[in-house]
Design a protein around this ligand. Sequence first.
Ligand code: FUB
Length: 339
Amino acid sequence: MPEDPIDHIDFDDLNRRAISQPLVKHIYTADPSAHVFDGRIYIYPSHDIETDIPFDDLGSHFAMEDYHVLSMDSPGAEVTDHGVALHVKDVPWAKQQMWAPDAAFKEGTYYLYFPAKRADGIFQIGVASSNSPSGPFTAEPEAIKCSYSIDPAVFCDDDGKHYMYFGGIWGGQLQHYRDHKYSEENLEPLPHEKALGPRAALLSDDMKEFAEPVRELLIVDENGEPLLAGDHDRRFFEASWMHKYEGKYYFSYSTGDTHFICYAVGDNPYGPFTYKGIVLHPVVGWTNHHSIAEFEGSWYLFYHDSSLSRGVTHLRSVKVAPLKHLSDGTIEEIIPYSA
Ligand code: FUB
């Protein structure tokens, strides 16, 4: 991911105009996946760290090694950092790059889902469990079978079934997969071809495997036509998230190199999903990654930006802002810095 030209930005002014402030400032955090467990908000973010690794389009400078869990009583309340919840050295199959995680709860156990690179440089997704939402988590010895790429997001439907959404192109390696098989020779489709879709699978009863073959999901435009690979303002790049509102399934995601968080709506967990618009406009820093959660009847967007680090794209801070569903089913666009 190329570094943005940031010389022209007045960060003091920008931070004054930011619609929200970092939840914590003692560490850098990103990719926030928020859940309400037992009436408290828990956030499962990436833990960004300084590195000497040079910037590249594969995001090698995102060299994260562990996860911390954050929690708070309500948006705006004091935030607790629960310390290291899982370190890469305690994950037998993983070598490096602990990217965007998520969590889920079932029958007394909390599950942390996370992508990491194996020793051969291929991303897979792993799972770790704990009897506390804040960890520490114990990793399974192997990655989830048939998992690949990055950015797991686990959604629990009203019937108690859990689905994992995942995938990300460029550094996330999704462009190398066709029919769920990896080849270096597979690349992004041409601009006039159908865009690569996010992936999804139902989780097994024990939450540690896929209960079915991985599916590729379809995002279509207002005419029912698949979004094309050249449609960089709307096509899926990474950062899957699913929430349900008034019986509809809202799949939201990042467009990567155009830096939007967008959403598409469907009638079931597998789609197809019809593109509806933008949730969050670009933030400071190359990446844009979010989650959407309801707390005490109000909805919130959890997101990140690099304004605390004054624009260092791999040193980000998690933030939260109110999110509004409008009466026509659309989401009000969020502009992260006021005029
Ligand atoms: O944090 C590393 C990567 O940056 C995530 O996996 C992507 O979604 C992007 O936010």
